[in-house]
Write a protein that binds this ligand. Structure first.
Ligand code: ZN
Length: 328
């Protein structure tokens, strides 16, 4: 199979690609100069906390009792760091969260100051000191991120966010190629792929579980949602990778896995995707490189239902071998 792009679809090549988090924010570390410039605009308390690792007195911060829905961003650079969804009342006097907005947005650093060993948390983009994380928090993480209000700026749900607090523009594609573990694993490695998530699609029930899909004939296919940066990778390149990763001539099975949940499918979100998928399938079929007819279904995408947490990043977490071929 060739990986030639159609004429005119060359993507710009950058020597210094941005680092994009899995929630689609630009987390490329800012230069010291840029951080100094941003920090010079802070009020004295925010400056002391974020730049000098200061701690505000307990029960004083303005966000301690904030119960509104929204996101908490870095007061220096604007990166979203925590969400109201994960805030809880810890009784410590500082705003507390049991998890980050995105783990890639908050960096952990060992802190041996004041004769203790603690884990300091910093903004991953600008290095602002935020507070500390402790292991005495509530379920499901058991963690307590202990924040200084002065390190955060809160935006209520629905409020317009400044550009530095918004995600980059992304597009989404859906592929079903048998067991989602391996397909997700390799899509996640694609240059320009921001996030790959395992889930279920094109079935007849809502919120299906893995057991429903395997034993109850719900009609869902194991599907991988691919969120990508269209300035770095094309839909065409994703199609090529998809067909490299699985055997599109096998009907309702892939390797050892048999059943309609393992069917081969492309679930398109636009007419443009549909046309590209159908054209690529025709081209691949006519190339004579496959042993039989392509049985891949091409259908308009229905609702994507994310799979259970234990299915996400399964290969990366377990180190299990996978029969899927690396397409990159
Ligand atoms: Zn920051």
């Amino acid at each position: 199979m060739t990986h030639d792009e159609p004429e005119g679809s060359e993507l710009p090549v950058s020597d210094n690609p941005r680092i994009i988090s899995r929630s689609a924010y630009d987390i490329t570390p800012l230069s010291e100069e840029r951080v100094r410039e941003l920090a010079s605009r802070l009020d004295p308390e925010a400056y002391r906390v974020t730049q000098k690792a200061g701690t505000e007195p307990p029960f004083c911060g303005n966000l301690l009792d904030n119960k509104k829905e929204g996101i908490y961003c870095c007061v220096v650079c604007g990166l979203p760091l925590f969400s109201s969804e994960h805030k809880f009342t810890s009784g410590t006097g500082w705003p507390s969260f049991y998890r980050e907005f995105d783990p890639q947005h908050v960096r952990r650093v060992e802190d041996r100051s004041h004769g203790m060993v603690r884990t300091e948390i910093e903004c991953a983009r600008c290095g602002a000191h935020l507070g500390h994380v402790f292991d005495d928090g509530p379920k499901p993480t058991g963690e307590r991120h202990c924040l200084n209000s002065a390190s955060l700026v809160f935006y209520e749900k629905g409020a317009e966010l400044p550009p530095e607090s918004r995600p980059i523009k992304t597009e989404v594609a859906y592929f079903a190629g048998g067991c989602f573990w391996g397909i997700e694993h390799y899509f996640q490695k694609g240059p320009g792929v921001i996030n790959a998530v395992s889930g279920y699609m094109q079935g007849n029930t809502e919120n299906p579980t893995y057991k429903d899909v395997c034993y109850k004939d719900t009609g869902h296919a194991e599907t991988v949602m691919v969120v990508y940066d269209p300035t770095r990778i094309t839909y065409r390149r994703l199609l090529e990778a998809f067909f490299d990763m699985h055997d599109p001539t096998q009907l309702n099975r892939q390797g050892p896995d048999v059943g309609t949940q393992y069917r081969s499918g492309i679930w398109y979100v636009s007419e443009e995707q549909r046309e590209q998928a159908e054209a690529y399938i025709r081209q691949l079929q006519e190339s004579g490189k496959l042993r039989g007819p392509i049985v891949t279904q091409v259908e308009r995408a229905k609702t994507f239902w994310p799979a259970e947490d234990y299915h996400q990043d399964y290969i990366a977490k377990t180190g299990r071998a996978c029969h899927v071929k690396d397409p990159w």
